[in-house]
Design a protein around this ligand. Structure first.
Ligand code: FES
Length: 131
């Protein structure tokens, strides 16, 4: 993004500094890197008033908006430090609000179950001769 923004990759069919919004969709680490880059290496190329969103994809259970609370995501106001939590009603959240350490912990909580499920599926497919 920095190379594109600086012109190091040649002409910009879409000028980088025309962007009003940044939408990051990917791993929590990538989205956090985009969050940080906007305040450092990309800052000279972005409009100060741009809106940056990340698609958090936090773990969910019911997806019924405030029923089971498996989706709780901690937010911290970057100016005041005030903490709030949000439910699954909106996965696209302002990058500067998301507490990425909290998101990483939440994503990792399902790691063992996901590995066991993958092993079980692999075993089952081998037994029926599909693998
Ligand atoms: S996933 Fe259950 S309330 Fe959000």
């Amino acid at each position: 993004m920095r190379k594109y923004a600086s012109g190091a990759l040649g002409d910009q069919p879409i000028p980088f500094n025309d962007a009003d919004r940044v939408i990051a969709i990917g791993s929590d680490g990538m989205m956090n890197a985009v969050r940080l880059a906007r305040h450092s290496v990309l800052k000279p190329y972005l409009k100060p008033e741009h809106l940056a969103l990340g698609s958090t994809n936090s773990p969910m259970q019911c997806m019924m908006k405030q029923t089971c609370a498996q989706c709780l995501q901690l937010h911290k106001d970057p100016v005041t430090g005030k903490e709030t939590v949000v439910f699954c009603f909106n996965q696209d959240q302002e990058l500067d609000q998301v507490d990425f350490a909290c998101l990483r912990q939440r994503l990792r909580q399902n790691g063992v179950q996901e590995k066991i499920a993958a092993l079980w599926l692999d075993r089952s497919l081998r037994r029926v001769g599909v693998r």
